[in-house]
Write a protein that binds this ligand. Structure first.
Ligand code: F6P
Length: 387
């Protein structure tokens, strides 16, 4: 017998960069929603774009059977936002179309699985159309506010740690510096976690702008003491103190520019800058490559670069992520059945709790400078790029 539910029909979408655990979460929501509460579950393909284009699949028990261990997302994903969606060569606000599609499909609540951008987009949709939304925190970056951990992070940290382990053996054999670039544009959780777990000698994260001379002196001192190799874990968003000052100026200009754009009409001509919808710029020389060149020149020690890139987001989820997604997904269905909407299901102190979306959307959770992992890293002699 099914339990009473205030929600009869839900839509699910996955949005932003994919990560291991999305399928486990889709499975947990769907199974609980259907089997325990008798809900109808629809899946929108490719994030918010599928919602606008009304591309739907019915999620049933057999659709989600066997997907617990699969990486990626059976629903597909995109970085599209409703209020600024590229349509042909224009960027158009498609929020009204999305609201109408939800209404026509009799959806009581839209469940959005995603990172920071998704939390913001879900809140915007709720505010624009008084539509019910509920979100789950997903990203390998672990930078969503209001939750202790996001799913995908644990798996990615293991992948990056394995990579650092492997780099150790080759760096030792060749007596080289190896710089390993790890994802994380605005926060260094992944680099710090994998760097500490893999015993990197230097860990550089966006929260601590580095002084290149501190890193150079540290590497030379290591060599003087007899270490014949060094591993540097660097986040893709790490910045030097000099670059940080330049960045502040650029951001100020960009803010003024975006204000001007917002003040003009919603329907604007598309351009290539706007197509690069993730903060990850594939056309720029990587931080790892820049710093490796500098270090080779300044230390006289041969350097190499490894960029882990999307390998960190691929493959099967870890046991931890599978269990986390099952906990978050089943809790989501329980909240939906109770008619609790416009919240993110967060993970705190071993339990899943709803936090109001408006309290967390748009806030990046960065690594606090007094975080225990930063303190421990320093205690074991790791260089964090500053004095
Ligand atoms: O948002 C997660 C993330 O993996 C970031 O760490 C990275 O900067 C970005 O996605 C890469 O995005 P894309 O796959 O769109 O290039």
């Amino acid at each position: 017998m099914v339990k009473e539910s205030k929600t009869r029909c839900i839509g699910i979408l996955t949005s932003g960069g994919d990560c291991p655990g999305l399928n486990a979460a889709i499975r947990a929501i769907t199974k609980t929603a259907i089997n325990v509460y008798g809900m109808t579950v629809l899946g929108f393909m490719d994030g918010f774009r599928g919602l606008v284009e009304n591309r739907i699949i019915h999620l049933e028990n057999n659709t989600v059977s066997g997907i617990l261990t699969n990486g990626g997302t059976i629903l597909g994903t995109s970085r599209d936002k409703l209020h600024k969606m590229p349509m042909g060569n224009k960027i158009i606000d498609m929020t009204d179309v999305a609201i109408e599609n939800l209404r026509q499909n009799h959806i009581d609540c839209l469940v959005c699985l995603g990172g920071n951008g998704t939390q913001k987009n879900a809140l915007r949709l709720h505010q624009a159309g008084n539509v019910n939304v509920l979100t789950l925190p997903k990203t390998i970056d672990n930078d969503v506010a209001g939750t202790e951990i996001t799913f995908g992070y644990d798996t990615a940290m293991q992948i990056a740690t394995d990579a650092i382990d492997r780099l150790h053996t080759t760096a030792t054999s060749h007596h080289r510096i190896i710089v390993c670039e790890i994802m994380g544009n605005k926060s260094g959780w992944l680099t710090l976690g994998a760097g500490v777990a893999g015993g990197a000698d230097v860990i550089l994260i966006p929260e601590i702008p580095y002084d290149i001379s501190v890193v150079v002196n540290y590497l030379l001192e290591r060599r003087r003491k007899g270490s014949r190799f060094s591993i540097i874990a660097i986040a893709e968003g790490a910045v030097s103190i000099d670059d940080e000052n330049k960045k502040a100026k650029i951001q100020k200009k960009a803010k003024v520019k975006s204000k001007k754009q917002n003040d003009s009409s919603d329907t604007t001509e598309n351009n290539n800058d706007e197509i690069a919808v993730s903060s990850h710029n594939i056309f720029e020389e990587s931080k790892a490559s820049i710093i490796a060149k500098q270090l080779q020149k300044l230390t006289g020690i041969e350097a190499r670069v490894t960029s882990l890139g999307h390998i960190q987001r691929g493959g099967v989820p870890s046991a931890f992520d599978r269990t986390l997604c099952t906990l978050l997904g089943t809790k989501a269905a329980e909240l939906l059945a109770s008619g609790i909407y416009n919240v993110m299901v967060s993970y705190k102190a071993d339990s899943c709790i709803p936090v109001p979306l408006e309290k967390i959307a748009g806030i990046h959770k960065t690594v606090p400078l007094d975080h225990p992992l930063i303190i421990s890293a320093r205690l074991v002699g790791t260089c964090l790029g500053n004095k």
